[in-house]
Design a protein around this ligand. Structure first.
Ligand code: OSB
Ligand code: MG
Length: 361
């Protein structure tokens, strides 16, 4: 059997800026495997830089080629695959891409849409949007447009020193469900600064402190009234347990890539529920392939908050799938086709291609 890699580079319509930097294009890696007549796909959600986490595109490809691919030849169930690679530390995004390839394969084999195959689905995802940093007038314009399109929650990126983004947007939009994401830009000494944000009635503040922290987040939670959401810090179900145990978190942004796939994503959603917390599904600026996994997960009844699963047409002029998601009134319906239910547009994919490789297993 073979696994094929396609590295594509898709320019963003407008650059995406977070506290860790600006990206002008998304360099995505698509995985493909054909087994017993079934074509399965998935996407590695790393970027070309180790900026969100330590993994990046080339480490992910390398990890899959060297250490993970051999465990896929007999197409194990996703959880069996995770069990087999337990001894390989970290590299969750590499593992997650392979794990999701197996979910697509098995749901197609079962003849079911992924959201139904995975668990109890409501059949649609409640959708919010993530807005990158730029000058305040441009950000307000994007918020205005998102509100008029019906997004159920608006998240804006912030960083230390740009707290004015919050006051400016809250002033113009007093009633919207608003959140902020700092991608770890604040430090423990900034707690007074973060306390200032309480008056803006944010739905939550996402990842104020470093991606490896739980302790300072738990200290922060004692000082502020705004709920705390963790993204980077929650790398597996055990981390989620610990975060609730020490009072470091109210809400979890679940990204299947970050936690090594959908199996752990569902475990984390259960943990959030058991602890009276909340959870939603985040995004990594994926193509329509990665987005399909996110939408299937976000459709699960266990997921109770609107996520960052906006259609990616605001990022890319042309997707690499023939049936990209469309949002209506803040809702995206899960695909009805087998598996991820998106169909790859190979002309589009090849037009963005920068590298391809095949490994035999
Ligand atoms: O922290 O949620 C994040 C994009 C790249 C890296 C980190 C994050 C994000 C987003 C984008 O917020 C959300 C989306 O995919 O629409
Ligand atoms: Mg985030």
């Amino acid at each position: 059997m073979q696994i094929r890699f396609f590295k594509v580079r898709i320019p963003f319509i407008r650059p995406f800026t977070t506290s860790f930097g600006t990206e002008e294009y998304r360099e995505a890696i698509i995985l493909h495997m054909n087994k017993d007549g079934i074509d399965a796909f998935s996407e590695i959600v790393t970027s070309f830089l180790p900026d969100y986490g330590y993994e990046y595109n080339d480490t992910a490809i390398n990890t899959i080629e060297k250490f993970l691919a051999k465990y896929v030849a007999d197409a194990p169930q996703p959880h069996e695959f995770l069990d087999r690679v337990k001894g390989i530390k970290g590299h969750n995004m590499a593992k997650g891409a392979v794990e999701m390839l197996l979910w697509d394969y098995h749901s197609k084999l079962a003849g079911k849409p992924l959201d139904d195959y995975m668990g109890k689905s409501r059949g649609y995802a409640n959708v919010g949007i993530s807005i990158g940093m730029s000058d305040i007038s441009e950000m307000k314009e994007q918020v205005r447009s998102a509100v008029s399109l019906g997004y159920k929650r608006i998240k804006v990126k912030i960083k230390r020193g740009r707290e004015n983004i919050v006051s400016e947007i809250r002033d113009e939009f007093p009633d919207i469900r608003l959140s902020v994401d700092a991608n770890g830009d604040y430090s423990y000494h900034d707690i007074p600064l973060l306390k200032e944000l309480d008056k803006f009635e944010l739905e939550y503040i996402e990842q104020p402190f470093r991606g490896d922290d739980l302790i300072y987040h738990s200290k922060l939670k004692k000082e502020i009234s705004t709920p705390v959401c963790l993204d980077e810090s929650i790398t597996d179900p055990e981390k989620a347990e610990k975060a609730f145990e020490i009072g470091a978190v109210d809400v979890i942004n679940i990204k299947p890539g970050r936690v090594a796939g959908l199996h752990n994503s569902i475990e984390i959603a259960k943990i959030a529920r058991e602890n009276n917390g909340h959870c939603w599904v985040g995004g990594m600026l994926e193509t329509g392939i990665g987005r399909a996994f996110n939408i299937a997960l976000a459709s699960q009844e266990l997921i109770d908050y609107p996520g960052d699963t906006s259609p990616n047409e605001k990022y890319f002029r042309k997707d690499i799938v023939r049936n990209p998601f469309r949002m209506k009134k803040g809702v995206i319906e899960a695909n009805k086709g087998d598996g991820i239910g998106v169909y790859v547009d190979f002309d589009a994919l090849f037009s963005y291609l920068v590298e391809a490789a095949t490994i035999s297993i």
